[in-house]
Ligand binder design. Structure first.
Ligand code: NAD
Ligand code: ZN
Length: 241
């Protein structure tokens, strides 16, 4: 990787006052959490697009909970990597910093990030399909499908599935931060899941510098001022320190 490119990225990050980091599944890949679109994305023979939908849950809640229990047990065993830690460090030194993540694994918070907007929810949270009550807890071995203690209706993972709307308060905050920042650091996202994928375009339109860190090209690459091809755990510590 071009050392000069990394030096330029570092310079832009140091210079920026308002910073937004936008992350996706790829930042947790090196911790051992499979991405949705990577080779290890499949569970049994299902793709995430077949499982992470309200229709799939309505059809077979036990199957969907089995998949979530598998993902929870994976996430329970892993730790944040150097990429997560570099973003936590950046929050310490930046004047104004917000981390917008599509991840549901909670690894950013474990790494020390505090100002985190979890656009798609958190895998350790459940919501009652009857009364809407939220249940929190890092529980791996639960009886599935779990039911609400209050109304006995099914609980579902409190995450945003394909075809569902995001929490509007979170989305509005993410849009506002994207329009107001000087620099957006985009890492580990394929840039195809909306509306998160539009945030870099909003930032760019409002004049922010866009830096992308990803081993692959994405739809965000053409608008990136600096595009660093490689893994987040290696590159982020070099440009955020
Ligand atoms: P995605 O699976 O669509 O794409 C992952 C991206 O990460 C790809 O562009 C890939 O090239 C890149 N990548 C792979 N390894 C990387 C690395 N070491 N460093 C940096 N980038 C790397 O992920 P997405 O864009 O986040 O969208 C999928 C949806 O899946 C999101 O809604 C998210 O909630 C959910 N998801 C979350 C997790 C998690 O919480 N860890 C895991 C899988 C999926
Ligand atoms: Zn209930």
């Amino acid at each position: 990787m071009d050392a000069e490119l990394k030096e330029r990225a570092r310079g832009e990050i140091i210079k920026a006052r308002g910073l937004v980091a936008l992350t996706g599944a790829g930042i947790s890949a090196e911790s051992g959490v499979p991405t949705f679109r990577g080779r290890e994305g499949l569970w049994r023979s299902y793709s995430p697009e077949e499982l992470a939908t309200p229709e799939a849950f309505a059809r077979n809640p036990t199957l969907i909970w089995e998949w979530y229990q598998w993902r929870r047990s994976l996430i329970d065993k892993v730790s944040p990597n150097a990429g997560h830690r570099a973003l936590a460090h950046l929050e310490e030194v930046a004047a104004d910093f917000i981390l917008i993540t599509q991840n549901v694994d909670g690894l950013h918070q474990l790494a020390g990030s505090r100002n985190v907007l979890e656009l798609h929810g958190n895998i350790w949270r459940s919501r009652c399909t009857g009364c809407g009550r939220i249940e929190e807890g890092r529980k791996v071995d639960i009886k599935i499908p779990p039911r609400c203690q209050e109304c006995n209706q099914l609980l579902r993972p409190a995450v945003v599935w394909f075809g569902e709307s995001l929490n509007t308060i979170f989305l509005d905050r993410a849009i506002q931060a994207s329009r107001e920042c000087d620099l957006m650091l985009v890492t580990g996202t394929s840039g195809v899941v909306q509306p998160a994928a539009s945030l870099p375009f909003m930032a760019k339109e409002a004049g922010a510098v866009i830096i992308e860190v990803n081993p692959d090209l994405t739809p965000i690459t053409p608008i990136a001022d600096l595009s660093l091809r490689g893994g987040a755990a290696q590159i982020l510590p070099e440009i955020c320190g």
